[in-house]
Structures are given as C-alpha cells and as structure tokens.
Ligand binder design. Structure first.
Ligand SMILES: *Cc1c(COP(=O)(O)O)cnc(C)c1O
Length: 222
C-alpha cells in the first residue's frame, strides 16, 4: 500500500498553522513507506514494538526522530536507549528508573512523556490521575538525571461516540494543566500528545501539541 501524499500535505499544512507536531505512526509498515514520507520532509516517526523499531532504525537515515508509543518492557529499554528521541509511553516509576540507567550507559538524556489513562479505561497502560500525582511527587527525589520529562501522552476510548472522545480529551487536558503546575524539575518543554487518525481534529481543539497519526497517512493496517 502506498503512502497517501495528498493526506500528508493537507495534514502538515493544517498542523503547521496550529503549531502541532506530527508523529507519523509507521508500525507494521515497510521502510519504503517511511522513506517516502521522509523524502517529503517528515522526520518524526512512531513505533510500538522494540524489535520492529530497531530493525527499521538500522536501515533508515540517522536524522529520523524515533518515538516509542507502545507498552515498553523494562528488559527491552537497552535496545532503544542509544537512539530513541522520545519515549511517549512511560507508565511506571520502575520503567523510568530503567530508562535512566540505560540513558546513563549511552551517555544521553532521554526525553519521556508520562502516559495517562482515563479513569474508565482499565485495560490501557498508563498512570491514572492519583498515580500520576504520586509519580510527580516522587520524581525529584529519585535523582533520575538522565531523564527529561517533556509532558504527557494520552488516548481516548476506541469508540465512534465523538462526544465521549471529546470529554475524555477535556479530562486529559485538566490532568495536563495540573501536571504543568507541578514542580517537576526536568520539565523543559510542554508536550501534550493526544490525537490519532480518527480523532486528531477534536484533540487539537482540546489543546493537543502533538498528534500520532498512522492509518490516515499509511493506509489501514492489516
Ligand atoms: C497505532 C497508534 C496510533 C496511530 O493510530 P492511527 O489510528 O492509525 O492513526 C497512535 N498512538 C498510538 C499509541 C498507537 O498505538
């Protein structure tokens, strides 16, 4: 399946006006498709499996900014630590500690987003609001000097009910606004990563600064 270049141009125009960063989610798609978007100027790509990511990374230009967006097991952090640009799916303090350890070994600071799940959705990985506050309070004492917490990532429920999606994004935005007020020392920038192919317009209306878009650009996944 070919990359949808028209959709890419339309999307990047729209996002540029609104100052929203596009992460092209290339999971399950071949390196040829990634290169096709790369040649149009795209540099941020997202993957959700470590092995797939490392295989692709080794074959593709070194200036690609790779985002990890799936559940990350602690024993796999070491494979991506040397090159990963932003780990969007940090869902525990234990994982943060391991990322810090591997970042030290690679002599890097690794950018992270904390993943927040909405209260109703028990199956999704991530911190709930209380766990997030807990993590924020603990973070300064953990001395994780090779981690930079850049913001939050979240997902709405998988549903056609766009009112529900909007209210979930509103909730995540409240959590994000509280997070910004916290004294998280490493907070340099303020990334709020919400929005996928089916709901990114709503996400932007609700304050997204980064969208993660796959099927709209690369076609449906099988
Ligand atoms: C797959 C995935 C996306 C992109 O989904 P599309 O609906 O194809 O745009 C975004 N975020 C995460 C966390 C994903 O796993």
């Amino acid at each position: 399946m070919a990359v949808n270049k028209d959709a890419y141009f339309e999307l990047t125009n729209e996002l540029k006006q609104k100052n929203v960063t596009l992460v092209a989610v290339s999971k399950t798609k071949p390196v040829e498709d990634i290169l096709a978007l790369y040649e149009l100027g795209q540099r941020d790509f997202g993957e959700n499996y470590v092995q797939e990511l490392t295989e692709k990374q080794s074959q593709l230009p070194v200036d690609i900014r790779w985002h990890f967006i799936g559940h990350l097991q602690t024993n796999k952090v070491k494979y991506i630590a040397p090159f990963i640009y932003l780990i969007q799916s940090v869902d525990s303090i234990k994982l943060l500690s391991e990322i810090n350890k591997q970042a030290q070994k690679s002599n890097r600071i690794i950018n992270c987003l904390l993943q927040v799940h909405i209260a109703q959705e028990e199956t999704k990985f991530g911190f709930d609001e209380n766990e997030l506050n807990d993590a924020i309070n603990k973070f300064p004492n953990l001395n994780l000097q090779n981690i930079s917490i850049e913001g939050l990532m979240g997902m709405a429920s998988f549903t056609d009910d766009m009112d529900k999606v909007r209210s979930e994004f509103k909730y995540l935005k409240l959590v994000f606004d509280n997070f910004k007020k916290s004294e998280l020392r490493n907070l340099q920038s303020e990334v709020f990563s919400i929005g996928m192919s089916g709901d990114y317009k709503i996400a932007i209306e609700e304050g997204s600064s980064m969208v993660r878009i796959g099927s709209l650009l690369f076609g449906e996944r099988t």
